[in-house]
Design a protein around this ligand. Structure first.
Ligand SMILES: Nc1ncnc2c1ncn2[C@@H]1O[C@H](COP(=O)(O)OP(=O)(O)O)[C@@H](O)[C@H]1O
Ligand SMILES: [Mg+2]
Length: 266
């Protein structure tokens, strides 16, 4: 089993979209996939078409804090083995969904000794999956730390623009910091997103990223910017490859997934 967290502290860089789309293709290729939504905004959950109200007990909460049986949560933090709940099934993948209430983990985890490794421990007790893909929130808080420390490897979604370039030093510094709690953490892939090849600026950024980051980890072929596809797919609750099978957008996601597999499975 491989645990991959799609990390970039910046928001709007296509973390959630990439988890959804790469996860789906991995599933189609026969891998057993579990997605974990660690963002209180719950975009991953909603974009996979989940419309039901989600209870705290269905989220990561029981695995990192404890039973969520009282109003407002506040479980116990003894030494019993904390487990992830039974996942939902969406588009051939398992999903541990999120809701706004998991925001309380940011505060509650601080009073748990070595709380930051709890998601890592719970994920390692799972059986029956080849890939666990984790979608963290856009921040450097405790939920992000839980998500990254749980990983074997990081995938860094990176837009080919100023925002993408500006975020790189922080991403690399934070991965180094998180290694204090997860020693063998490495960067598996920089996944280039939202690439607009019609603009000079994006083409230049793509070159700079390849030059600067090629020595750190493989840099993927770009996922092109396609605002209409991405917003429609969200509304429909579908991964890109379900929404537009056979399209350029679908082929790009498949190519990036193959690049990731090449790196992870050799
Ligand atoms: N290739 C793309 N082309 C156009 N829009 C995209 C693309 N990838 C993502 N988006 C859009 O960009 C926004 C941010 O993406 P999202 O996956 O939510 O990023 P993050 O999880 O990093 O905040 C969303 O509205 C999404 O639909
Ligand atoms: Mg997101």
């Amino acid at each position: 089993m491989k645990v991959l967290t799609f990390f970039n502290h910046a928001g709007g860089v296509a973390k959630t979209s990439t988890v959804r789309d790469v996860g789906y293709v991995l599933g189609e290729l026969g891998r057993r996939v579990l997605l974990i939504d660690v963002d209180p905004q719950a975009n991953l959950t909603r974009w996979l078409g989940v419309e039901d109200d989600i209870a705290l007990a269905q989220t990561i909460y029981p695995a990192v804090i404890g039973e969520a049986d009282r109003d407002g949560g506040s479980g116990n933090s003894g030494d019993e083995e904390l487990r992830l709940p039974e996942p939902l099934q969406v588009h051939g993948m398992g999903l541990i969904p999120a809701n706004l209430s998991i925001a309380i983990v940011e505060r509650e985890i601080l009073s748990v000794f070595m709380g930051v490794v709890r998601l890592r421990e719970a994920v390692r007790r799972l059986e029956g999956y080849d890939y666990v893909l984790i979608d963290p929130p856009p921040s450097l808080g405790q939920l992000s730390a839980l998500a990254v420390v749980a990983a074997d490897s990081i995938v860094v979604p990176l837009p080919t623009n100023r925002k993408g370039l500006d975020g790189i030093p922080t991403v690399i510094r934070m991965v180094r910091e998180y290694r204090k709690a997860a020693r063998n953490l490495d960067i598996a892939l920089f996944a280039l997103t939202q690439h607009d090849r019609r603009t000079r600026h994006d083409r230049d950024s793509l070159e700079v990223i390849r030059e600067q980051l090629g020595a750190v980890a493989p840099v993927s072929t770009p996922l092109a910017s396609r605002p209409a596809y991405y917003s429609d797919a969200q509304v429909q609750g579908m991964p890109i490859s379900v929404y537009a099978p056979g399209s350029e957008a679908d082929l790009e996601v498949r190519r990036v997934t193959a690049e990731l597999l090449e790196r992870v499975e050799g």
